[in-house]
Design a protein around this ligand. Structure first.
Ligand SMILES: Nc1ncnc2c1ncn2[C@@H]1O[C@H](COP(=O)(O)OP(=O)(O)OP(=O)(O)O)[C@@H](O)[C@H]1O
Ligand SMILES: [Mg+2]
Length: 280
């Protein structure tokens, strides 16, 4: 790990300071509102988890935060800068839901590629790559081609690539899919350690045991934030014993009269072309 006193660490946000601010964010694809009027603030040192069924808008939201896509309405700022912003990009680490790795490179070459993009050079680059390989238990496979990796190994390497430049804000889209339980636990221990250093983590997950490890959760359904709060607070507010039951409680509470579970399409909007997306 980087030593205390390192210059880059000193520039990090202080725990509790607002890092991500969304104001009335909506995202429309043609007639479909993937996100509807989302306003929320995420503070430094939090692990904020988004949970919600398939198609509820988690990936759409994360892509907006990374700056790969622009909101149809509303504003997003990260570290005080309106997104998308070139100034903010180096402070962000992003792990996509689908693998962004190069199959024809080795694990170490993939890490070298991502580290170089973020300007790491020489001894620091070598040290960070070795630290991350160790962290995800791939040191002995560093010279293997990614094409020969198992799904879980690819997932571990993707996490290492997202974190190699020590970003202040980490966006992880279902980072532990296919990762075995022991390593999943060690990922989460690492997240806690990063939080203590002031790193802010935004994570989407379908694992409700992981959700309960987040400092706060946002429950998304059909592009709407049904509720947010600390996991224990959500359980208390719903009077339920499990996050599944709590989710259903808030979903039912927010169900507009006459709406169906699949009621994501706004039939009164005029037809529009999908927005031009920035290619990832
Ligand atoms: N580029 C796009 N063009 C059109 N529709 C899109 C596009 N991207 C996402 N959508 C739609 O937006 C909605 C939200 O999708 P999104 O990928 O954000 O869901 P998700 O919560 O990440 O789901 P999952 O749990 O399956 O990963 C879906 O109905 C999806 O079909
Ligand atoms: Mg998704």
């Amino acid at each position: 790990m980087r030593k205390a006193g390192d210059a880059a660490m000193e520039q990090r946000s202080r725990v509790g300071e607002p890092v991500i601010v969304l104001e009335h964010v909506a995202k429309r694809f043609g007639k479909l509102y993937a996100l509807k009027d989302l306003s929320l603030t995420i503070n430094a040192g939090e692990t904020y988890g988004f949970i919600g069924p398939n198609g509820s808008g988690k990936t759409t939201l994360i892509r907006l935060l990374v700056g790969l896509s622009r909101p149809t309405q509303g504003t997003i700022s990260i570290l005080g800068k309106r997104v998308p912003s070139q100034a903010v990009a180096p402070a962000i680490g992003y792990m996509t839901q689908a693998s962004a790795l190069y199959n024809d490179l080795t694990a170490r070459e993939n890490l070298e590629f991502f580290a170089s993009i973020y300007g790491l050079r020489g001894e620091e680059r070598r040290r960070r790559i070795n630290e991350e390989l160790e962290r995800v238990e791939l040191t002995d496979r560093a010279s293997s081609l990614v094409a020969h990796f198992s799904g879980g190994m690819k997932q571990r390497l993707s996490l290492a690539c997202a974190l190699v430049h020590r970003p202040q804000v980490i966006l992880l889209d279902e980072p532990t899919v296919g990762v075995d339980p022991e390593l999943r636990l060690s990922f989460w221990q690492y997240f806690v350690q990063l939080n203590r250093e002031g790193v802010t983590i935004i994570v989407s997950t379908h694992h409700l045991d992981e959700a309960s490890r987040c400092t706060r959760l946002g429950l998304l359904r059909s592009g709407e934030l049904l509720a947010q709060g600390a996991p224990t607070e959500l359980l208390e507010r719903s009077g339920k014993n499990s996050m599944e039951e709590a989710f259903l409680f808030f979903a039912h509470q927010n169900m507009p009269s006459g709406a169906t579970e699949q009621g994501q399409v706004y039939t009164n909007t005029t037809s529009a072309q999908d927005e031009q997306e920035v290619q990832s």
